[in-house]
Design a protein around this ligand. Structure first.
Ligand code: C5J
Length: 222
């Protein structure tokens, strides 16, 4: 067992049963000129997470951990896009419409894909999810079960939406999640703080929070 200094207390993990999950590091959320920026968001707040996430990704790959990437998006025919989600926000240009990097959040489009800095390696599954949570309408749980994964190291965007939803879903399914605070990002600094506080509140009601330096120290010792 390896131990990471975390909040609300130490997070213990076993290399054999731990996976790294990188959530939705897609061009449309993270890159200048994408959908996120077109909505008026400052993508530099999300981009801060790229370099530390890359360090964690490189280190976990070297140690042979199972790595999973997710992407939020929909089928080309939008048959998996709920009308409520399509209409939400009353956007002039929304999901499925032609955006700055192709059709917004549609699989196969340039903006929907993962950023070059964090491209999946051969053999690393990419979970295409139509929802915020990575377990909803995906085969993620089955994959984790088959690999006997019990602990998840979580990076990605956005902290209060897809990261938080996924951590809550994972908690209900019996996984222990460690969220690395410098490897997750939000367009809203106050949500970043609140979303992390919620995870570790009440004795770690949904999981644990630490940072990449502490996690990498623990990984090096393991
Ligand atoms: C959002 C996500 N914010 N990946 N998606 O719609 O958090």
């Amino acid at each position: 067992m390896a131990t990471v200094h975390a909040e609300p207390y130490e997070f213990e993990f076993d290399l054999a049963t731990t996976a790294l999950m990188i959530i939705d590091m897609q061009r449309d959320f993270v890159e200048p000129g994408g959908f996120g920026e077109a909505l008026g968001n400052d993508v530099s707040l999300l981009r801060k997470a790229i370099a530390p996430t890359k360090r964690v990704l490189d280190a976990t790959r070297k140690r042979g951990l199972f790595v999973i990437h997710t992407r939020e998006g929909h089928r080309q025919d939008l048959s998996d896009l709920p009308e409520s989600k399509r209409l939400r926000g009353r956007l002039k240009t929304g999901i499925g419409d032609k955006g700055p990097m192709g059709r917004i959040l549609v699989r196969g489009e340039h903006g929907h894909d993962l950023i070059d800095e964090l491209k999946p390696a051969a053999g690393e599954p990419v979970v295409d999810k139509p929802g915020k949570g990575a377990f909803h309408a995906t085969d993620l749980d089955a994959m984790l079960h088959h690999r006997r994964v019990r602990q998840l190291i979580v990076c990605g965007v956005t902290t209060e939406v897809c990261v938080n939803t996924t951590v809550r879903e994972a908690n209900d399914r019996g996984y222990d999640c460690l969220v690395l605070e410098d490897c997750v990002g939000s367009y809203f600094p106050e949500f970043q703080v609140a979303a992390l506080a919620m995870i570790k509140a009440q004795g770690g009601i949904f999981g644990w929070v630490s940072d990449s330096t502490r996690f990498l120290e623990a990984l090096n010792k393991a």
